[in-house]
Ligand binder design. Sequence first.
Ligand SMILES: Cc1ncc(C[n+]2csc(CCOP(=O)(O)OP(=O)(O)O)c2C)c(N)n1
Ligand code: SF4
Length: 276
Amino acid sequence: MFQPNDYDIPNADIAWCPGCGNFGIMRALKTALAQLNLSPQNVVIVSGIGQAAKMPQYVKAHMFNGLHGRSLPAAVAIKMANPELVVIAESGDGCSYGEGGNHFIHTIRKNPDITNIVHNNQIYGLTKGQASPTTMRGQITTLQIDGVYVDPFNPIAVAVALDASFVARTFSGYLDLTVEIFKQAIQHKGYALVDVFQPCVSFNKLNTYEWYKENTYILPDSYDPTDRVQAFRIATETKKFALGVIYKNPSKPVFEEQLIAYKTNKTPIAYRGLIA
Ligand SMILES: Cc1ncc(C[n+]2csc(CCOP(=O)(O)OP(=O)(O)O)c2C)c(N)n1
Ligand code: SF4
């Protein structure tokens, strides 16, 4: 049985600020991988650019660090080449929903069997505090000195509208909830979005740990995530933000399973030619 510290990289020089919500996400990810008993040899973490995108450098597993906004196409290609791998695409809200917005939409349509963890600190962290797609209207930032003039992008509503096969949201300050949601997302067959509220203690002075605790609530056990109309209503709430598995459609076909290369031969493309 694996333990969370089996995914530690000895002497990793972690560049995140003390108190950053990324630490909670990393702890939750290592705990989820351990509880699912996944060998680091079978896991790939793929990222773009940003503070969140440093995650693959701090977790023992295979890694691919791509361009800003481009974690998803690399993750989909890796899964196509070797469906036996557990593929996790992980990046910030700017990377995933801004420059990567096109890939976000079309990856949901494809439904590859990957997990997409978005560290949503509602700001650009690495580049020092400009507004991201999820920064709230009116918020004053280092660049938007008169406040943000546009409404935030709503990734949960977009994902539900596109009939994504698994849509969840959590908060990095709630370890147990985040571990549970990560485990469900990784085990889900198909594309799984986990949007994680993550305080950026250096550049987002509005969305703090206290703010997230006051402005979120956990969905009750009686909530039915397969009810799409209800999920859309939950996704578009503006007073408080729901945490939990908001929507699930387990009946969608998985992208790589439909590929012609796997119709008669299940051997991963990555191994073909190496096996006699
Ligand atoms: C193609 C490209 N555009 C822009 C940048 C500059 N850039 C690097 S990180 C970043 C924003 C990071 O914000 P986010 O994705 O939310 O991640 P965080 O740092 O907050 O975790 C930007 C604009 C870049 N490196 N490459
Ligand atoms: S700038 Fe913000 S997101 Fe980046 S490490 Fe510091 S607290 Fe975390």
